[in-house]
Write a protein that binds this ligand. Structure first.
Ligand code: CA
Length: 237
């Protein structure tokens, strides 16, 4: 898989380049928008990671030029700015995904793989930006969580944890997977960190509601789903 990375922060670019190489990608790198624009026009890339704030030409212009010239490769925008307007603008201008710095490499890699799986045949809107389970709603663009229409305030980590659980609704997620996806680390010895975080999240999301969505599967991990009536006694400790 050929990946084009356009990022002017050398340390970040080196780190990402190494990570993607280890994950089996062939990586081309540009450190400014103009070089990136030309690499994108001339080369054949399966996926592009494009920083927004770049010298010589910013990510918006690069993206617009590509789309204007019929280049349809999937593009994931990276931005330090956590503005709804930026996200909306990026997606309207033809970006396929959007990630705000700082992010974990595990999440970036997962999203790049999703873009590749999705392929070019599918429309860019294939990936939902709002996830719903029962009366719980998570809006990726607005970074907002609602339960029964009421807003729930979450920390960035809690939001990432809930996003992971909702994206994989009904799937039991082991603590090690949660650790690598949300914390970008291995917690082989100290899964307590995960347990504490889940407990906090559950207090915010489930407390006071009849239906408990976040469930512990003893010895396995955690799952978010609407419990079946027959097993309503499930483990909610
Ligand atoms: Ca930058």
């Amino acid at each position: 898989m050929n990946l084009l990375l356009i990022e002017d922060e050398i340390k970040t670019a080196d780190y990402l380049q190494q990570g993607f190489r280890e994950a089996g990608f062939v990586v081309s790198v540009a450190h400014n928008g103009l070089d990136g624009l030309h690499l994108g026009l001339e080369g054949q890339h399966d996926v592009v990671i494009l920083d927004v704030m770049l010298p010589l030409m910013d990510g918006w212009q690069v993206l617009r030029q590509w789309r204007g010239q019929g280049r349809a490769m999937p593009v994931l925008l990276l931005s330090a700015r956590d503005q709804v307007e930026d996200r909306v603008k990026g997606l309207e201008w033809g970006a396929d995904d959007y990630l705000v710095k700082p992010f974990s490499f595990a999440e970036l890699l997962a999203r790049v793989r999703t873009l590749l799986r999705r392929g070019r045949a599918l429309p860019a809107a294939a990936e939902p930006t709002v996830w719903r389970v029962a009366d719980l709603e998570l809006d990726l663009l607005r970074r907002r969580v609602l339960r029964a229409g009421r807003r729930i305030d979450l920390t960035a980590k809690e939001f990432a944890l809930l996003e992971l659980l909702m994206r994989r609704e009904g799937e039991v997620l082991p603590r090690s997977l949660i650790a690598s996806q949300v914390w970008d680390m291995n917690f082989d010895s100290d899964t307590n960190v995960i347990d504490v975080a889940v407990r906090r999240l559950r207090a915010k999301v489930d407390e006071g509601f009849e239906v408990r969505l976040i469930q512990t599967v003893r010895g396995m991990g955690y799952v978010l789903e609407v419990p079946e009536p027959s097993s309503a006694s499930g483990d909610a400790v």
